[in-house]
Write a protein that binds this ligand. Structure first.
Ligand SMILES: [Zn+2]
Length: 55
């Protein structure tokens, strides 16, 4: 069993085991609404950072 790539049953954000409240979004799984929100916030900030800040 590999630790890498075996996160299907863990929260994408905090790594907790997924329980009954697990949420799936964009093919990623989250233990709770807060983690999903955090992921979405990071996705948005990542999108912004993809735009070059120096040109
Ligand atoms: Zn979580």
């Amino acid at each position: 069993m590999s630790l890498l790539g075996s996160s299907e049953e863990e929260c994408y954000v905090c790594g907790k085991e997924l329980g009954d409240d697990a949420i799936e979004e964009d093919g990623k799984k989250f233990c709770c609404e807060d983690c999903k929100q955090q992921y979405e916030d990071e996705e948005k900030s990542d999108d912004k950072e993809e735009i070059c800040q120096f040109c």
